[in-house]
Ligand binder design. Structure first.
Ligand code: SAH
Ligand code: SF4
Length: 404
């Protein structure tokens, strides 16, 4: 594991809201409003938004001076009022398998004791590059196997902070046309450089931040900008049933469901939102997901917990349960975190479970753990930063006293 960037020394200086807002990450409406605010006439707005849109989301420029088809006068006005700054990187780590993880610091708001932090992970594979992004700081839900579930919700991310993760990752892996290798010189092979897929599987429950996530995915899917196909964007939900159909209608991305159990009794414990929206209701919402077809299947995620949900009987019940739903099954080896009450299933149990699922016609369902050396895997996000913080604490208060 290599830490290529660490700005931990600036950690103490809590980031305040910047005096000049950044335009990188804004949707078309907000970008138009920002231009209007510095005097761009209404009749020019559409054209100007299109110009800036292309510079920001196709070229990835970081300076208004690079916008050569924008008049010098307007560029100066833009620079006076705004920036193209990226989210602040606290640290960037590169795994031996090429996975990259960024810890990002968001601007502190008035009521917040300290600047919130989120994580974002890039996973290069042979045929794709997947960026896993966060939608909330922490999570209000309390899935018992998930580390994020132990962190209270600090706040929803703004749409521009969600888009900002994609923009920043493109910078760091050199994924803009004509981009130089990133500062650390560790240019990935060209086949691995592109972000082809985005998954909302980082911190938070995206359907509890519906509007901002939808706006952000509109920016991500915009054909004149970041141009990610909606078929390559996947929203993962723990099962917020009333929002599932609306998401399909309004955002039209692929869907993943964190199922993890085949009986309500067990799912009530693992994924407590099940007490409000039990399995039958959840699967009914899946059957009715707009656009569902054999070419657009729903992914069912199933975390493998030793002795809890990993028997051959569970596998058979899973197959029965999903009958008739165009589905993919993703078996996720449990990633333990300090203090977690579960263990990952034995490899034999995972294989036996996968066999049953395979025989029912679902292809290679086990997700290979990636980036384990940098704690980049599902459910581990932020555990490292918390350890760092504990270290920071002991540095300032060796007795451990006086810390809230
Ligand atoms: N809140 C959303 C999306 C974020 S979690 C959801 O729950 O779907 C992304 C995926 O990682 C979910 O399937 C979640 O259940 C899984 N996950 C969480 N903690 C994990 C852990 N410790 N090991 C393996 N998978 C985990
Ligand atoms: Fe929240 Fe998803 Fe973790 Fe559950 S699994 S606590 S919904 S982030």
């Amino acid at each position: 594991m290599v830490t290529v960037l660490d700005t931990a020394q600036t950690r103490a200086a809590a980031t305040e809201l910047p005096a000049k807002p950044s335009l990188a990450g804004l949707d078309r409406v907000r970008l138009g409003a920002a231009l209007g605010a510095i005097g761009v006439p209404d009749k020019q707005l559409r054209m100007r938004v299109n110009q800036l849109w292309s510079w920001i989301y196709v070229r990835g420029v970081t300076s208004f001076d690079d916008m050569t088809d924008v008049s010098k006068d307007l560029r100066a006005k833009l620079a006076d009022a705004y920036t193209l700054d990226r989210l602040e990187i606290v640290s960037e780590q590169v795994s031996i398998d090429g996975t990259r993880k960024w810890l990002l610091r968001l601007p502190k708001r008035g009521h917040e004791a300290k600047a919130p932090e989120i994580e974002c992970v890039y996973i290069p594979e042979e045929d794709r590059g997947t960026l896993c992004i966060s939608s909330q700081v922490g999570c209000t839900l309390t899935c018992t196997f998930c580390h994020t579930g132990t962190q209270r919700l600090v706040r929803n991310l703004e749409a521009e902070e969600i888009v900002g993760q994609i923009v920043l990752a493109r910078d760091r892996i050199g994924d803009w046309p004509g981009a130089e290798p990133p500062g650390d010189g560790r240019l990935l092979p060209t086949t691995e450089r592109k972000i082809t897929n985005v998954v909302l599987m980082g911190m938070g429950e995206p359907l509890y931040n519906f509007d901002n996530v939808r706006t952000a995915m509109e920016v991500a899917a915009d054909g004149e900008g970041l141009s990610l196909s909606r078929r390559r964007i996947t929203l993962s939900t723990s099962g917020v049933v009333p929002e599932i159909a609306r998401w399909g209608e309004e955002a039209g991305t692929m869907l993943a469901i964190s199922l993890h159990a085949v009986r309500d009794e067990l799912r009530d414990v693992l994924v407590p939102i099940n007490k409000r929206y039990p399995i039958a209701e959840l699967l009914e919402a899946c059957r009715n997901y707009p656009g569902l077809s054999n070419a657009r299947r729903i992914t069912f995620e199933y975390v493998m917990l030793k002795g809890v949900n990993d028997s051959a009987e569970d596998a058979k019940a899973l197959v029965r349960l999903l009958k008739g739903i165009p589905a993919k099954i993703n078996l996720i080896p449990f990633n333990p975190w300090p203090g977690s009450a579960y263990e990952c299933s034995d490899w034999e149990a995972i294989e036996a479970f996968a066999d049953v699922v395979n025989r029912a016609g679902y292809a290679s369902p086990v997700r290979t753990p990636r980036g384990r050396d940098i704690l980049a895997a599902c459910g581990q996000l932020r555990s490292e930063s918390e350890k760092l913080r504990a270290k920071d604490r002991s540095a300032v208060a060796p007795s451990g006293a006086g810390e809230a």
